[in-house]
Design a protein around this ligand. Structure first.
Ligand SMILES: *Cc1c(COP(=O)(O)O)cnc(C)c1O
Length: 459
């Protein structure tokens, strides 16, 4: 029989956990690129609503989850915690494996945990319309669902190549009532500029961010309804909202009297990993022996190879300088199938905790991730998102290591989303069209050059 550990609705956490309150070394402030001075709440006000900016800089350990957010969470939360019994039997290693299934949300990933919160705070603030960017469409679809729940308009700038090649998430956005257009578009200055240089531009996340931010800050003058911009990862408030995952997992493990030796998650901007891991990082700071692993692709090795430095969050240098692991804002990652892990930076909170040796980064090769994903589907049944497969590859690695060491271990992995809309990637894998990637040292030298003139974080 399958083992799944369920909570009742009244056991959904009533507060999010803010790790800023417990960090051994405080995070360094974002800097204004022009002045080199810390960015204050007022600097962010044209882009984000003030209630979310307050969360971004909050030092309070616990932040109440508003009742209307909890109401929408109950559509799919609490999410089940499974014991991966069939995978354990298949691997035949001395491990217990638990996974938190965040794929049961309507858009199919962890992303609505923050999309719902962001839509709610915008609604309360008086925002009528939210602009954002999306790569493969996971974030765009989550935000479209959230805006629909709270009666807001959503405008999504989707990287053109994905818009054309991956219609399904765009159609999810349309179904939830959002407008999704290919980026670069003719609707913004940034988009028109790119198109005038290259009418066939395939687009990039960096360009789409510029368009979405420009949309928000020019809306008032253009006579559009009051608009704010929204980001699906990286920022402190986004990671905060995701901590419902780890807080629920702790309650579920307590019900079966268990506690993990290892916590694993994949990290693109860092939000699903942090959401599951931060409540356990808190225990680790308090003295628990626990290994906490953030997994990335070898083709975009931000945490394992990139320096910890101040850099822009976007390609066109519109954001503040963030203290983070980075491959340089001008980095163009290989077109691997885990679109959500192709980001040049990493959440500053996750980056700082890596520097503090509380989190261990690890990079895995693409083929190994799909092998793990196929093994998972043929044991546990669920088809994993290509991003999630990165975490699963490390679960397999750690299970084998436990056998070699002759130690009994308990592993918790965050299953960040399903791969039903990503079956094209599995097809490419089955047809032998995918490959591994080596990351040349010359790319690190380019990254160092890109950030050379910026202020350096103090360590
Ligand atoms: C977007 C996404 C990721 C990567 O984003 P993070 O902010 O690092 O969590 C991972 N898994 C899935 C299923 C995603 O949709």
């Amino acid at each position: 029989m399958a083992i799944k550990i369920l909570l009742n609705e009244d056991e959904i956490p009533r507060q999010w956990y803010n790790i800023a309150a417990d960090m051994p070394n405080p995070m360094q402030p974002p800097l204004h690129p022009g002045t080199g001075q810390p960015v204050g709440p007022a600097d962010l006000a044209p882009v984000f609503p003030m209630n979310l900016i307050e969360q971004e800089v909050s030092q309070e350990r616990w932040i109440d989850i508003p009742e209307p957010v909890l109401d929408v969470y109950t559509i799919w939360r609490p999410t089940p915690l499974y014991r991966a019994v069939k995978l354990e039997q298949y691997l035949n290693c001395p491990v217990k494996i638990y996974y938190k299934n965040e794929g049961v949300s309507p858009p199919g990933s962890h992303k609505p945990n923050t999309a719902i919160a962001q839509a709610y705070y915008n609604k309360v603030f008086g925002t009528k319309r939210i602009s954002t960017e999306t790569g493969a469409g996971q974030w765009g679809s989550a935000l479209s669902f959230a805006c629909n729940q709270f009666g807001l308009e959503a405008k999504v700038y989707m990287v053109r190549i994905s818009y054309e090649q991956k219609p399904y998430r765009r159609l999810m956005m349309n179904t939830w009532g959002a407008t999704c257009i290919p980026s670069p578009s003719t609707e913004t200055e940034a988009g028109r500029k790119i198109l005038s240089q290259d009418p066939n531009s395939p687009g990039s996340l960096g360009i789409a961010i510029s368009e979405a931010v420009e949309d928000a800050v020019t809306s008032e003058a253009a006579g559009r309804p009051p608009t704010k911009y929204s980001l699906g990862s990286v920022l402190n408030h986004v990671l905060l909202h995701q901590t419902v995952i780890g807080l629920e997992a702790q309650k579920q493990l307590a019900k079966v009297g268990d506690y993990p030796d290892i916590v694993v998650g994949c990290a693109g901007g860092g939000s699903n990993f942090a959401g599951c891991a931060f409540p356990f990082v808190r225990d680790k700071i308090a003295g628990k022996q626990i290994q906490i692993i953030a997994v990335e692709p070898t083709s975009c090795p931000t945490m394992t190879r990139g320096p910890f430095a101040y850099d822009f969050g976007d390609t066109v240098q519109m954001t503040p300088l963030l203290p983070m692991h980075t491959l340089g804002h001008d980095f163009v990652p290989a077109p691997i199938h885990a679109g959500g892990l192709r980001y040049h930076g990493m959440a500053p909170l996750v980056s700082q905790l890596i520097m503090d040796k509380l989190i261990e980064p690890r990079a895995v090769q693409q083929l190994e991730t799909f092998e793990a994903g196929v093994t998972w589907a043929r044991t546990e049944g669920f088809i994993s998102a290509p991003e999630t497969c990165h975490a699963l590859a490390v679960v397999v690695q750690e299970a084998k290591k436990a056998k070699e060491e002759g130690k009994q271990k308990t592993i918790l992995v965050n299953w960040s989303g399903h791969g039903i809309v990503d079956l094209g990637a599995y097809d490419a894998f089955f047809q032998g069209k995918l490959s591994d990637h080596e990351f040349p040292q010359s790319e690190i030298e380019r990254a160092l050059k890109a950030i050379e003139s910026f202020p350096k974080p103090k360590l």
